[in-house]
Design a protein around this ligand. Sequence first.
Ligand code: ADP
Ligand code: ZN
Ligand code: ZN
Length: 802
Amino acid sequence: MFAQVIVDVAAYPVDRPFDYRIPEKLATVVEPGSRVKVPFGPRHVLGYVVGIVSQTDVPPNKIRAINEVLDLEPVINAELLQLSKWLKHETICFEIDALQLMVPSALRAKYEKVAHMRVERPQLDMRLQAIFGTKQTVDVKQFEKAGVLHLLKQAVTAGAVELENIVKQQGKVKTIRMVKVVEDVACLQQIQAHIPAKARKQIQLIEWLIPYAGETLTPAFICDEADVGTTVLHAVLERGAGEFVQQEVYRDPFTKDVAQTTNLQLTDEQDLALLAIQKKLDQQVGHTFLLHGVTGSGKTEIYLQAIEQVLAQGKQAMMLVPEIALTPQMTERFRSRFGDAVAVMHSGLSTGEKYDEWRKIQNGEVQVVVGARSAVFVPFTNIGLIILDEEHESTYKQEDSPRYHARDVAIWRSQYHQCPVILGSATPSLESYARAQKGVYTLLTLSERAKKQSLPAVHVVDLRAELATGNRSMFSTALVEAMRVRLEKNEQIVLFLNRRGYSSFVLCRDCGTVVQCKNCDISLTYHRHQENLKCHYCGYEEHVPSTCPQCTSEHIRYFGTGTQKVEEELHALFPEARVLRMDVDTTSKKGAHEDILEAFGNKEANILLGTQMIAKGLDFPDITLVGVLSADTSLHLPDYRAAEKTYQLLTQVSGRAGRHDKPGQVVIQTYTPEHYAIELAKAQVYAPFYTQEMANRRRSGHPPYYYIALVQISHEDVMLAADYAQQTMYWLQARLPHTVQLLGPTAASISRLQNRYRYQCLIKYKIEPSLIPTLHALISHYRAEWIKQGVQLTIDLDPSMI
Ligand code: ADP
Ligand code: ZN
Ligand code: ZN
């Protein structure tokens, strides 16, 4: 038998299965979805078995055998193997990259280079000998650290040392050392009888152990409870009272316990929505719902009750949330309903924690997963429901290869498992709402808040008028007044700083120079903690200059409306107010999101100040005022979705106010109060916004009227970059029908990144069956011909930004 293996090498000539012979002794273990170690050229690499066949075209003298199987059970099941093939086709990525999505990072390979000593020790250079010590094999890193790589290389050339690449797994199953007490009480008594009387503590310990005969306990528990030291424990174990055993444990990602909750009595609107979902759950068909419910309308309660029914059917449910900042609150609500049946999956977990959550899912020990984008690939085998909350969020789209959208994957899996999908949002994406209008999705509407509270009153402040009256602060008179009132009543305030497409930079006040990355055409972002400047694209860092690099003026300083600056101004305005700040700087530590939200929930602060992270999900009864400091910053970005995103953000953040008994108020500060995105966010109506924005999209030929694909071309040489972009254009023009619009090539919005010049071609199309095959052909052509010339070409079939 032969295994078809996709090897862990992301390169074009390798992007196909390779056949390997399955050795006799592995015949029963190698299955599709198993990870294997295989020889590949001169190296050994990890690979995934994607098929087993009885014949191969590889001649018998050429075929190589699998070295080792890494799993007794396949790590990727049949469904997920099929899904990775689909992803490869739809997003035009390497199959290995698609397969890697299906396993936790702990199972991905780590390659290490080791050096084997092949001669007698004295024949080696003294410095090499010192590093080998008494061992025959040592990690090459040790030689690197000691700065003797050149000596190692000489030894390799001379045949004295051999290098080998070894494949390692990154994550480990965590085990702890436990004590297993012997089962036989008589045996314990006999041991006790033989202990000399002066070893009083040992006798005491056996006495204590007798009721625990046969049980497995932690050494700490025994020593504490029996009041003995570890030497005493070791002594009685040596006498045969028990033994040390290693027990597998799961790392616990949850930091606190939650109180149990039960189902709420649904409102009529909630009830109707749940009934419609229930019908599809009973019919067991793949079907997509768009649950459009205003903020605070109780969408989450519907999710919870629908999942309860899924669990009653003996099936599993996936709950996706857009980002980790939202998972603590959501996870808590889920755990309070479903207890230990819930696993979490997000980037805030350690590699080991993620691996353990994944194993719980793989072993069928949990039925519900709450997680961010990548959780859409969890290995559930009997899915009954998939939910994407805040479905309009751009974080559901992965920007790197594989450039997939979690919504598409969710719908694919719902077809496979014949189960419903719920897309939930107060501000659905135009694409989803348009599909619901056409009847592709079923629209479910919640038009009122769950407890019939009115939506908050929204007040828009024109910052131009404010400036005209001489107010140069970040706070308008109206906002300061509203805040003063809440502080007096001891109610809570959320202040939102819209920083999308906006960062703190360093500017020279004399010549206007903004310090830029030396590799990219992008200004560097200021980080106060380290007092340095960082490029968010390539990672380049430098110290904040004390004089302007252009004109040497000393008037160069940090600029931009960072949250820290707002915080300082707040303290000057309201010295007695307690402020919590939530942004990238204050949440870099693990669990920091949770701590900040918990503190705010406990009313340890009057004001929560933050960026995008606080726009969604917050549900606290005492928030009665939401202030948006600058509504426009996201409005003028070169992005066809700029108005949609601004509208969504303003609606979401406004929705944090007055969700419970106390009425809420929102103050939006802006330089463009007449913009429809702001006017309609103020009016808190979705349909008129949808109509207006759709008219604009139709006029400009943007999604959802057209689909867009983006081809980006980059090269270190600006002329060559432009030239290959032009060639790409000709290549596509020759192969695509005239109904497909080709635009460009133009310089990309970030025209240089990591010292590569970037151009792009835009493809607009409606329904075009030849598009994907043509793009696959383009990428093959590029990989076969252009890549050698130093060109890089990427294709994104659903770009977020163009
Ligand atoms: P959404 O997810 O739509 O923004 P939530 O599910 O967070 O709304 O609900 C908002 C608030 O209303 C929450 O505090 C929730 O507990 C409460 N709630 C939801 N449904 C009901 C109901 N049927 N009866 C009473 N309170 C409800
Ligand atoms: Zn200057
Ligand atoms: Zn850079």
